[in-house]
Design a binder for this molecule. Structure first.
Ligand SMILES: Cc1ncc(C[n+]2csc(CCOP(=O)(O)OP(=O)(O)O)c2C)c(N)n1
Ligand SMILES: [Mg+2]
Length: 515
């Protein structure tokens, strides 16, 4: 067994079954090892942002480390934007980067880059392997670090991968979260029982079923309102699930929504932050003087902390949730010319039970989230770090993590073009991903922001900067060119027909929704 095989055997022993990869000569020993180690399926992405975004989607759905393999500094650099999103989502992710042979580093070969420096921007843990003897141990430590909900970057010089490995494959020590801090929980309980309206703002594990149930019990006990941050990493949604409202994107409505609260308890997140700092405005939608308390640290589990808080409040049991959860109700399918709002209603009306919704619809999908509360149970996740080009790859990774579940990617057109190669991986692997392109043929949000800034009559160059209509992107052709059947629709009736068809037929599909 060589070092590369030892690395992969350690990964396989930890239960990781896929590797989102784009490699070259440096990673050759690892690529060769895939043939002998059956447990891990390598999946080629045709741009590193596809690999890193897919790993993010896989990790969010599995709640277990995803594996990504990248080629030297330049390959890593191409994947950094989606590693940033994964970091923001606290996705467990093992990021393996091939490095020049240790003795070749000084020679300043063309691909040489400061990989360690790049890794520091998104990694919670990182290590450069120093010899073949430590390669398996370093890999195990990386996996253990990733399990904490962070990116662990393992930089592996090529010569250490080729050398003979004589050690044992180490077992992974599963970490256990620290127990909730009783004093913090007691303070939070006191805040929630105080005079005036109170709110619970959540992200992370607080928004998965267990956390939401505890949040619902807390609401049943003290009447606090339940929110998720604007860019949640993952939310369990649907009838029978405790619903949360989302803090709006723009600072004014966010501040207005949160203004009535006299105390705010936070779980799985720090206090909400406005997406941008607008001149003369503020950074946070909740006023500075409002008391805020986060109930867990990075080493504690937000869901467990919420359960402790519910118990501290003597909250009623799960039976009390019946009054809080929404019943099952579908919106009517609208009719006529497609608009973003009608597209969201059509999707909501037709989406199957247990679907995974990956939302990078940006301005076109703003009306979708509130519809989710009464639909059949489903998973919802979205762009966390604002680095666009995350939707298509992470839908791809979600399909790998959950091959038995349908995936629908609600996808803005401009963002789609960053990592459109994802379609090819979906086609090659026959994944059940339906991509709904929100084809407004513009960088609409940039227009909206220009208007908000008072530039209501932009000149032709500014308009050209946000216009994607000249030439229009031919989505069905682009999609077919990568092996995914594609159609364009501009009425609700056509969308409904094509969406039903896409969900019935196996394999990936793309529907361009022209607005
Ligand atoms: C990696 C990255 N590059 C650039 C941007 C700046 N940016 C934010 S939104 C946007 C355009 C979005 O257009 P589209 O995806 O079509 O969504 P729409 O606004 O039309 O709804 C751009 C370029 C960004 N957020 N991230
Ligand atoms: Mg657009």
């Amino acid at each position: 067994m060589n070092g590369a095989e030892a690395l992969l055997r350690t990964v396989a022993a930890a239960g990781i079954d896929a590797c989102f990869a784009n490699g070259g000569t440096t990673e050759m020993p690892l690529i060769l090892a895939f043939d002998s180690i059956a447990g891990i399926k390598p999946m080629l992405g045709l741009f590193e942002g596809v690999c890193t975004g897919a790993a993010d989607g896989y990790g969010r759905m599995k709640e277990a480390p995803a594996l990504c393999l990248l080629h030297l500094g330049p390959g890593l650099a191409n994947g950094v934007a989606n590693l940033h999103n994964a970091k923001r989502a606290r996705t467990p992710l093992l990021n393996v980067i091939g490095e020049h042979a240790s003795w070749h580093a000084e020679a300043n070969a063309p691909l040489t880059m400061d990989i360690e420096c790049l890794c520091r921007t998104f990694s919670g843990w990182q290590c450069t392997v120093r010899s073949v003897e430590t390669i398996a141990r370093d890999t195990a430590e990386a996996i253990e670090a990733a399990l904490l909900g962070q990116i662990a970057s393992l930089i592996v010089p090529c010569d250490h991968m080729w050398k003979e490995f004589r050690g044992e494959i180490p077992a992974i020590t599963r970490f256990a979260c620290d127990p909730p801090d009783r004093r913090v929980i007691a303070s939070a309980a006191k805040m929630l029982k105080s005079e005036g309206k109170t709110a619970l703002v959540m992200n992370g594990r607080a928004l998965r079923r267990r956390g939401l149930e505890a949040a619902g019990r807390i609401r049943a006990a003290v009447g606090c309102d339940l929110f998720c941050i604007n860019f949640p990493a993952y939310v369990d949604r649907g009838a029978g699930t405790v619903p949360v409202a989302r803090v709006p994107y723009f600072p004014e409505p966010a501040a207005a929504l949160l203004a009535p609260y006299r105390a705010v308890v936070l779980a799985g997140t720090d206090q909400p932050v406005n997406f941008f700092g607008y001149e003369g405005q503020w950074s946070n939608p909740i006023a500075a003087e409002v008391p805020k308390l986060r109930i867990e640290s990075e080493s504690q589990d937000a869901a467990e902390a919420l359960e402790a808080l519910a118990d501290e409040l003597d909250a009623p049991g799960r039976d009390a949730l019946d009054k809080l959860v929404a019943g099952y109700k579908l919106p009517d399918v609208p009719s006529g010319t497609l608009t973003p709002e009608k597209a969201c209603l059509t999707l909501a009306a037709l989406q199957p039970e247990n679907v995974i919704i990956v939302d990078e619809g940006l301005t076109s999908s703003m009306s979708y989230f509130p519809l989710g509360a009464t639909l059949a149970p489903h998973s919802y996740f979205m762009l966390t770090g604002g680095a666009i080009g995350q939707g298509m790859p992470s839908a791809t990774g979600a399909a790998v993590a959950c091959p038995d579940r349908p995936v629908i990617n609600l996808q803005a057109d401009g963002s789609a073009m960053y990592t459109v190669q994802s379609l090819w991986t979906q086609a090659r692997e026959g994944m059940n991903v339906t991509t709904l392109i929100c084809s407004n043929r513009s960088y609409n949000i940039v227009n909206v922001e220009l208007q908000r800034a008072g530039f209501t009559n932009p000149g032709p160059r500014v308009r050209a900067f946000t216009d994607l209509g000249n030439p229009p992107i031919d989505w069905p052709s682009l999609s077919r060119g990568m092996g995914v059947p594609g159609v364009a629709v501009d009425t609700v009736e056509d969308l409904a027909r094509e969406l039903k068809k896409a969900l019935r037929e196996p394999g990936p599909h793309l529907i361009e929704m022209v607005f």
